[in-house]
Design a binder for this molecule. Sequence first.
Ligand code: GLP
Length: 261
Amino acid sequence: MEVVIVPDAAGGGELIAEAVARLLRHKPDAVLGVATGSTPLPVYRALAARVRSGEVDTSRARIAQLDEYVGLPADHPESYRSVLRREVLEPLAIPMSAFLGPDGTAEDVPGACAAYERALAAAGGVDLQLLGIGTDGHIGFNEPCSSLTSRTRIKTLTEQTRSDNARFFGGDVAQVPQHVVTQGIGTILEARHLVLLATGEGKADAVAATVEGPVAAICPASALQLHPHATVVTDEAAASKLKLAPYFRHSYANKPGWQGI
Ligand code: GLP
């Protein structure tokens, strides 16, 4: 696993946007796996600037959703489909026809999860999956003790995650759905490149457990250690509990520029 410590969130956004730009230059119809939450927003902003300047061509790119609330109407402003339309598809000039996502409103939730797995496979899999991380180490909505080989399925949120996410629902935790569908950890591990961005001191414990702890379901993000191409990008605050921070800095500073992340 590579760990890149950047000065701040904007620096992380630029670094990852550059990696996406590079991917799209080599593979214009790449499938980009995207995450919600506040953390990835600087990535989307940096990418949108490159699209506007003509530096990145997204006309053939495809977008794959990581997770979704169960039971929120698709047009609810906080359904992840709506969030991604607003934060990713529109700014990157990508049409909904290029969007893949699970149906959080389906009556047959397991059927919708299986259909999403099939759609991802039919699209050729995810080329680059951007991830955030929960304060409890979750990726997507794979809460602690999710199977490390899990596939897309329904999950029940922890009260911690519901309270973390209440800020998107006017601060009212009662409005945050109890259930979600999420790509499983096994599904996520099939993406060809995993890029996890973590910013802020609140993520420092989760980042330390992810990078330097054992591979264990109690910290779902630790499964990234099993992936041959996983990059963890953190700002200084989120990296503050990493014992090997000096090594990660040295290693990245001496990396050949042509390698990218
Ligand atoms: C939600 C999302 C995750 C995201 C996490 C962290 O739970 N399902 O994909 O990584 O929030 O969010 P934030 O980046 O806002 O801290």
